[in-house]
Design a protein around this ligand. Sequence first.
Ligand code: HEC
Ligand code: HEC
Length: 214
Amino acid sequence: MMARTQNVRLSAALLLGVAVAACNPTPPTPGLALGKELFETCAPCHGDMGTGDVEIDAPAIAGLPQWYIEAQLRGFQAGMRGMHANDLPALRMRPMAMTLNRDGDIPSVAEYVAGLPATFPESTLHGNAGAGAERYAAVCVACHGPDGRGNELLWAPPIVQLNDWYLVQELQNFREGARGADPADIWGQQMRINTFALDDQAMADVIAYVQTLR
Ligand code: HEC
Ligand code: HEC
């Protein structure tokens, strides 16, 4: 009797095992190796070393902190970024985030990107860094820090290593509501309110100042 019950349990367990294996043929082991493999799908836009490509509005993501990369990939997946009809760059990025759909995909690729050496792409805009400095000290410093390296406790990313054109574009996205407008996007909303008082010139000025913090 005992043996029979065990047999039944065993076959049930085996069947379950087969069913699980059929849905998920090769459960990947999370980590750097998986991250490197996944990054091959990112490289066509962000570059082999994550240094970005201005032609397709893809920013330099190399060396951003893992927590921030993970949060943004989840934000794209949840539709907090990449849903606004006018936001073509984010519309390009969102389907890529959607492909990271297995457990461990996001942390693995984020760990890999975080480990790539940060580059500090050259300035392309001509803002007035002096005017920007005042605004930065009055507003931005509270979250992004005096050195622009961010503050994980406030979910504020480092902004010194990103392309100036990308940073201005994101400030505009926040202001226009393409980013940070979703009620579920707690951190994006915190950032968004800081852009309402900025016109395009003020944005270029404050980012020109950020570039001097490197
Ligand atoms: C088709 C081109 C393309 C591919 C492929 C692509 N991206 Fe992107 N990515 C972009 C663009 C364009 C943006 C800028 C989006 C915006 O302006 O909001 C972006 C933004 C990002 C951001 C936000 C950076 C920030 O500072 O907030 C992260 C993180 C990111 N991509 C990671 C990845 C990863 C990881 C992959 C591979 C799984 C990937 N991307 C594949 C085009 C691409
Ligand atoms: C209350 C805290 C806070 C203040 C003040 C603040 N930020 Fe932010 N900032 C954030 C947070 C949080 C994020 C990340 C939002 C998200 O997850 O989408 C962010 C994101 C950004 C981004 C996008 C970076 C990227 O990689 O896409 C830029 C650019 C930026 N901030 C610039 C500024 C500037 C310039 C100021 C001053 C005018 C400023 N921030 C003031 C908290 C803040």
